[in-house]
Design a protein around this ligand. Structure first.
Ligand code: G3P
Ligand code: CA
Length: 270
């Protein structure tokens, strides 16, 4: 399953089918590095908006990443911070606003006048617009604030038949590893990743634990070297570090042999 999923994303990039001697039609070509646009192409458009996702696709990213949380009335909304203050013209916590209130906010003008009127998207809206056009890396953000968010994400995917193995261009990840396991138990056909910022979470024992349910270990880029990449591969998982914002970081990650790079600047990844 892991290699089928990774290969499907790689295949989207190459627009070609790589047939391996094993008979696995989607086996990964390890010379490719997936380009993963962080919160969309957030170096060029306001993060987590349709403009940023459109830019990511325009720039030939293989995948775009987004963050999901819940509105006060239980709708899945795409926004990074747990408050709306930084990226909209509103104020207060995401969870204290209804969907209608969140949709009224301007999520673009903070980034630039050209983006005035961009809205906070719902997860459903993004899935409807980009299914089949891009891989989507869904981060469940701060799940301890949002009971049942894993079930709601699973329901959105199932409603659209996006949980079937052949439709897999979706990955779900979180810093909250209990949440990742909860999602995995609800919808095991969708590959999951663990986000890691603490080196203590990259011991052999941790990697072995992750490998019981996860296909991806996605660490902060500062934790990555060739040995870590090898260890993660030895446990049959892939590694997609974050967040590369300069050419030197991208080159160092490519040199280390990572499988994908999460970046604000998709054009920096060869
Ligand atoms: O996908 C990795 C990255 O998004 C994790 O950090 O804070 O940007 O959500 P953050
Ligand atoms: Ca994120």
């Amino acid at each position: 399953m892991k290699k089928i999923i990774t290969g499907a994303l790689t295949t989207m990039l190459a627009f070609s089918l790589i047939v391996q001697p094993s008979g696995n039609a989607f086996a990964k070509n390890y010379n490719d590095t997936l380009t993963i646009a962080h919160r969309g192409a957030s170096g060029y458009a306001p993060e987590n908006t349709m403009a940023a996702f459109e830019k990511a696709v325009d720039m030939k990213s293989d995948v775009f990443e987004l963050d999901v949380q819940l509105s006060q009335d239980g709708e899945l909304v795409v926004i990074h911070d747990t408050s709306v203050d930084r990226t909209t013209n509103g104020s207060g916590k995401v969870k204290d606003h209804t969907l209608a209130e969140l949709r009224d906010l301007d999520a673009g003008s903070w980034f630039g006048e050209a983006f005035t009127g961009e809205r906070i998207p719902t997860l459903g809206e993004v899935l409807d617009e980009y299914r089949g056009k891009s891989g989507i890396l869904i981060e469940i953000k701060s799940p301890s604030l949002y009971p049942e968010i894993e079930q709601k994400v699973a329901d959105e995917l199932k409603e659209r038949n996006m949980h079937k193995p052949n439709n897999n261009k979706i990955i779900v990840q979180s810093f909250d590893h209990d949440s990742v396991q909860t999602f995995h138990n609800i919808l095991p056909s969708v590959p999951v990743g663990v986000l890691v910022y603490n080196p203590a979470d990259l011991t052999d024992q941790s990697l072995e634990d992750f490998s019981r349910y996860a296909e991806y270990v996605n660490p902060s880029k500062g934790l990555v070297d060739k040995d870590l990449v090898k260890s993660i591969h030895d446990y049959d998982m892939d590694i997609h570090p974050w967040t590369a914002r300069d050419h030197e970081s991208v080159e160092a990650l490519e040199e280390a042999g990572v499988d994908g790079i999460i970046t604000d600047y998709p054009d920096y990844v060869e």
